[in-house]
Ligand binder design. Structure first.
Ligand code: M6R
Length: 609
């Protein structure tokens, strides 16, 4: 994972690098560091284990002056979090400094080979081979040396490189790890992601694999692997810097939960219009191609995978096409059956998740057509898929995904309806009713947010528990999985999601006096069955918070506390049901004093396998 940033211009670079890193901390926060070239061409490096604040403290005591520099925030893969393993890494002679996001898979071999050539290593990282390899190939041209080094490296990388022999430039390159270049006035940037430079510019180049960038005070030059100049389109980012700030909220997560009504409006706007067919941007998939599809794979990781579980239900029900939903890291190695009748939908908030991207490439290589659903314009999945549908959720900074999940659900409905319209699998009246209800979701989400005290109160009563169980059937089971993940990832409470009917096949053995159970019973056709499951756990002493659709007050006979979800078509209820679950997880984590936005051991964007 990790985040990298680089600046060249007229201003002091340290504070710009630190500001950029503060926006990239979501990518990892095991350590941070910067390398700055001063006006005499001397390279100074400062790095520190732990949060960025530690590095800032160091820089206050010993500032680094200079107008060219690179920075890094780390999520440790090779070597424990420590000062020595922190980036930037330098070559044995301290002439070249490198920041790296990715994994050098053949680093042991390269390290051995470089050691035989007299190079020495001080860290346990894979990255340290890179500055030494560049040094080995350096014959007076940094770009050539970086190009040569990348011919020897296997794995994934976004690299930012500075060298004291050429103190007027930064060289950068990417392969399978994200990298953008930013254009300011007489100043230029590299970064892993847009928010890192949003305070300074909104004009960016999205770089492709094996594109090399040379940043100088005069501009940006981009080259391909044959050293031919590449002319790229400049993208103007429409997010503003405020969107990536907390805006008065205590944490990004709670801010992002509250942004859902707006995110819903933005995602639905102009795509779902009563009386008109669903409009999926510039989708190129034709009616004939849709008729040809005999299997859909939805492939994703984590929360996006949970949105896919809802998607399977939705697409199968609306379009009557068989859908398999897969965890990307499993899909890519399980030799799935793929042919030209296969449609793959990859879902990824960041669009950079390594396993999701690898699964996309695998499926494409075998002839599948791919639709990407992502929140990040220009991200790798968006560029490699045949079609892209954006979730217009705006920047999601908290590690725990909230508004990205609910907007991913909206895209699942839109795809389901789009297919149904093309395949005539659902009556036009039914389609219209779903559309009308979808357009109510922003307002109903606002209403859900007004009930936050109920969740706050439940959190106060439950935060000290060690275990929590989420139960549901059908779509509620899919939502239970997401609710459970939210609790475990930010509050570190052990939590499991179970299909109501599966409980008696083992897990019910864990239910005892006082066990906390969140029971989702919003689906009308499964309500009675869920009520039976709730009885099974209350009889054994569980304390249950039950969720039902408005009007189903029957649930109060079986649960300790009840929460009602506004009445819309059952198929759409997951979008609303998950909101109180997000709030519950948030308030539990706050009660437990956890670092809500940056939970331990995690990073927002998992760009390594
Ligand atoms: O960027 P992506 O949507 O591909 O990320 C996938 C998962 O890493 C992500 O959803 C993760 O599970 C979140 N921490 C969940 O809150």
């Amino acid at each position: 994972m990790c985040g990298i940033v680089g600046y060249i211009g007229k201003k002091q670079t340290s504070s710009i690098l630190i500001n950029g890193l503060s926006k990239l901390e979501y990518r990892g926060y095991d350590s941070a560091g910067i390398a700055v070239l001063d006006e005499n061409g001397k390279m100074n490096v400062s790095k520190s284990k732990g949060r960025l604040a530690n590095l800032e403290g160091k820089l206050k005591e010993m500032p680094l002056n200079g107008t060219i520099g690179i920075g890094h925030t780390r999520w440790a893969t090779h070597g424990e979090p420590s000062d020595i393993n922190s980036h930037p890494h330098t070559n044995s002679n301290n002439t070249i400094s490198v920041v790296h996001n990715g994994i050098i898979e053949n680093y042991l071999h390269l390290r051995e080979w470089l050691t035989s050539k007299g190079y020495t290593f001080i860290s346990e990282t894979d990255t340290e081979v890179v500055p030494n390899l560049i040094d080995y190939f350096y014959k007076g041209d940094l770009l050539d040396a970086v190009m040569m080094a990348t011919t020897k490296i296997e794995g994934s990388y976004a690299l930012g490189v500075v060298c004291i022999n050429e103190p007027d430039k930064i060289v950068a390159v990417r392969k399978d790890s994200p990298l953008i270049a930013g254009i300011g006035e007489g100043e230029f940037y590299i970064a892993s992601d847009v928010p890192a430079i949003l305070n300074y510019t909104r004009d960016v180049y999205y770089l492709n694999d094996k594109e090399f960038v040379v940043l100088s005070k005069n501009g940006i030059e981009i080259y391909d692997a044959e050293k031919q100049r590449v002319n790229k389109e400049v993208h103007h980012v429409t997010w503003n810097a405020d969107a990536a700030e907390k805006g008065g909220y205590e944490h990004f997560m709670i801010k992002e939960i509250h942004e859902q009504p707006k995110a819903f409006r933005d995602t639905l706007s102009s795509r779902v219009v009563p009386g008109s067919p669903i409009s999926l941007d510039k989708i190129t998939l034709t009616k004939e191609q849709i008729e040809n599809i005999n299997r859909v794979y939805i492939v994703a990781c984590g929360t996006a995978y949970h949105a896919g579980v809802v998607g399977k239900y939705v697409i199968e029900n609306l379009a009557r096409i068989p859908v398999e939903v897969d965890i990307a890291s499993e899909f890519r190695y399980r030799n799935p059956i793929i042919n030209d009748k296969t449609l793959m939908i990859v879902m990824s908030q960041s669009g950079e998740t390594a396993d999701t991207l690898a699964a996309l490439r695998e499926a494409k290589a075998q002839g599948a057509r791919v639709i990407a659903i992502t929140n990040v314009v220009g991200s790798s999945v968006s560029r490699e898929a045949d079609d892209v549908i954006y979730t217009w959720a705006g920047p999601e900074v908290a590690v725990a995904s909230t508004k990205a999940y609910t907007t991913q659900l909206l895209t699942m409905y839109m795809i389901g309806l789009f297919f149904a319209e093309n395949l005539n699998t659902v009556s036009s009246e039914e389609i219209e009713e779903i559309k009308v209800d979808m357009l109510k979701l922003p307002e109903l989400a606002e209403e859900m947010l007004t009930h936050k005290e109920v969740m706050q109160k439940f959190a106060v009563n439950t935060y000290s528990h060690k275990d929590m169980f989420f139960l549901g059937r059908g779509l509620d089971y899919a939502v239970a999985m997401e609710g459970s993940l939210k609790v475990k990832e930010i509050s570190y409470i052990h939590s499991e999601a179970y299909a109501g009917g599966e409980l008696k096949h083992g897990t019910i053995a864990l239910i005892e006096e006082g066990t906390i159970v969140i029971a989702l019973a919003t689906q009308s056709d499964l309500f009675e069955k869920m009520v039976s499951n709730i009885r099974e756990v209350t009889t054994r002493g569980a304390k249950v918070l039950g969720f039902a659709a408005e009007g189903n007050t029957e649930i109060e006979k079986t649960v300790g506390s009840a929460m009602y979800i506004p009445k819309v078509k059952d198929i759409l209820l997951p979008v609303l049901t998950v909101i109180p679950l997000q709030l519950l997880a948030y308030y539990i984590a706050v009660q437990r004093g956890c670092d809500v936005d940056k939970p331990r051991n995690l990073a927002k964007s998992v760009t390594v396998e």
